[in-house]
Design a protein around this ligand. Structure first.
Ligand code: SAH
Length: 399
């Protein structure tokens, strides 16, 4: 077996539970190198740290999948899937709800994302899996994974959406297609009492942003009677739940025409035509034009894509978050609500709260923090692996 021996002291982070071994932390590699094969990771004194997927072309040279099991075979995946499912059944009913069933490293399967969508298609009710294979280790074990997914989750079909840019860092091309069964072009699924038409093959990421489920429901509690601006709305998740909760009007903004077509379809499905209207625009420009027009909203939702995708991008991200939050605050009268999110792991809670305080101070306002929220429970946050903590959602009352 491939043996990866670390330099002195490089084991500390790994022992705390971090699953990544970087190329510059390795003293030696012995054995036959086969891309994606399992490697035994030992500290500088030869003590076992764990077993992981080896990738000779990635800066993350090893991704640890187990402390004790030397191979990730079909039985390994089956057990990992059952354990991931057991955790989620604490809070959710997987038979009825669409869920993220596997959240990569946070579920001890480095690089694998599996979302299960439950709903209705033209062919009838069913459950379909949308998957992303984002590490070489899971890429070369795709056949075993598909088998184990079938056995544990019994889906009607499995689609692959491995088109995330991080695949390139693993030396992999984008991959899209059906891996098992049949996957309908669109399904109708329920979330918090509203219905959404989701396109599993063309929607962004795996088709739907499941991580915001609880935050969308939380935001909707403040919506009755409100004039709502849902910025970075994608397929209208926040705005439609606000509309269902009794918002007076919802303007949903996104730069993607496809996302807005889906948002309008979802508004129709939920009887929210003409309460919800869409605007195709860059949110930065649109907020500026609203400010010039002295528009006012009782509630503004900001759910931008990750502005900081790496440590190096934290500073430019700071300017972006500051600008959208400052401009949104200008639009909200006293007593109005700002729901503001950041999904950049690198832009941590402390920075995000600081940028919000800075934005308020820059426009001569203060706010009361009503709720400090994070990603929903099917995206677990695990100790030692800080990257699993990424989503921040604040619900603020403007003073
Ligand atoms: N709020 C959504 C998820 C938002 S994902 C939900 O609850 O499901 C981020 C969205 O921002 C994407 O739909 C993307 O198309 C959009 N986007 C990215 N940059 C943008 C910009 N500068 N202006 C407007 N929309 C943008």
């Amino acid at each position: 077996m491939l043996i990866v021996c670390l330099k002195p002291r490089e084991e500390i982070r790994i022992r705390r539970g971090h699953p990544w071994v970087y190329d510059n932390e390795i003293a030696s590699v012995s054995g036959r190198i086969e891309p994606g094969s399992a490697a035994k990771v030992v500290d500088s004194r030869g003590k076992l740290l764990g077993y992981g997927f080896f990738n000779p072309t990635s800066k993350i040279r090893v991704r640890i999948f187990s402390k004790s099991k030397p191979e990730a075979d079909e039985a390994f995946f089956e057990e990992a899937f059952r354990s991931a499912l057991a955790f989620r059944t604490r809070f959710f009913d997987p038979a009825k709800q669409s869920l993220r069933l596997v959240f990569g490293e946070a579920d001890s399967i480095p690089g694998l994302v599996v979302d299960r969508f439950v709903g209705k298609a033209e062919t009838g009710s069913g459950a379909w899996l949308s998957t992303q294979f984002l590490s070489l280790g899971v890429e070369v074990r795709k056949a075993e994974i598909v088998e184990a997914l079938g056995r544990v989750f019994s889906p009607d079909g499995i689609i692959e959406r491995s088109d995330a840019p991080v695949r390139a860092l693993e030396g992999l091309e984008p991959a899209l297609g059906t891996l098992a069964g049949t996957v309908p072009s669109s399904i109708l699924m329920e979330e918090s009492g509203a219905f959404f038409s989701v396109d599993l093959s063309a929607g962004q990421k795996t088709g739907w942003f499941l991580d915001q489920r609880a935050n969308r429901a939380a935001a909707a509690r403040y919506a009755p009677g409100a004039r709502v601006l849902d910025a970075f709305c994608n397929q209208g998740g926040f705005g439609i739940l606000c509309g269902k909760a009794g918002a007076k009007s919802v303007i949903a903004v996104d730069s993607s025409a496809d996302a807005l077509t889906a948002a309008r379809r979802n508004a129709d499905i939920n009887g929210l035509n003409p309460i919800l209207s869409t605007v195709e625009a860059n949110t930065f420009d649109y907020l500026r034009s609203l400010e010039r027009a002295e528009a006012a909203f009782d509630m503004v939702i900001l759910d931008p894509p990750a502005f900081a995708k790496s440590r190096a991008a934290v500073e430019p991200a700071h300017r972006g978050y500051r600008e959208i939050n400052l401009r949104a605050m200008h639009l909200i009268p006293k007593g109005g609500i700002l729901v503001t999110c950041s999904c950049s792991h690198w832009f941590d809670d402390e920075r995000f709260d600081a940028v919000l305080a800075e934005a308020a101070s820059d426009c001569g306002r203060r706010f009361r923090t009503i709720e400090e929220r994070t990603q929903d429970l099917d995206h677990p946050i695990v100790s030692g692996y800080d990257e699993s903590r990424y989503l921040k959602c604040r619900i603020l009352e403007m003073l």
